[in-house]
Ligand binder design. Structure first.
Ligand code: SF4
Length: 167
């Protein structure tokens, strides 16, 4: 019996359409989030705290869909994970503002608005999680730098990472 295997180009097309739809919903969530943050108008001190993880003793977490979204839209140069610094931090400013993750968008060193930005973070964290359910993806929320390394090398190998279950 002959088994018809799916054509690779059809798989790639379905995969791209799936990711486009998912990323467009993610972008909509980011727009809503940015609007809510703009109403509070927290200050960015341009201190580089967000990306100097080791120096400021914090770990940036991100969902895998968001890290995938970054790697599909910006080139990621080789970086040394042991430095514990975000590779997108340039002169203490974020160089990928349009593509940065939820935790970056809701993080401000402005202490006056900590509670509000925290509740915005929680709200959009839940909403991003609903995207995983909608697209039948396995939830992953883990430290950003190791994920970035992994997605970077997978993207180089495969082009796309997130596959819908029916492919
Ligand atoms: S992606 Fe941008 S905002 Fe987020 S930690 Fe890196 S430099 Fe900071």
């Amino acid at each position: 019996m002959k088994i018809d295997l799916p054509d690779n180009s059809i798989i790639a097309e379905k995969e791209t359409a799936h990711n486009d739809q998912l990323f467009s919903e993610l972008k909509e969530l980011y727009c809503l989030l940015e609007h809510e943050v703009s109403l509070i108008n927290p200050r960015c001190n341009k201190c580089g705290m967000c990306g100097n993880f080791g120096e400021y003793d914090h770990v940036l977490y991100a969902s895998s869909v968001e890290v995938d979204y970054v790697t599909k839209n910006v080139s990621v140069h080789d970086f040394d994970i042991s430095r514990d610094v975000c590779p997108f931090l340039k002169n203490d400013l974020c160089s990928i503002r349009n593509f940065r993750m939820l935790s970056c968008r809701a993080f401000y060193c402005d202490e006056r608005h900590k509670d509000e930005t925290q509740s915005i973070h929680e709200k959009y964290h839940r909403l991003i999680k609903t995207l995983y359910n909608k697209y039948h993806l396995e939830w992953e929320y883990s430290p950003f730098l190791p994920q970035l390394k992994r997605f970077k090398s997978n993207t180089l190998k495969n082009g796309n990472i997130i596959l819908p279950p029916d492919i």
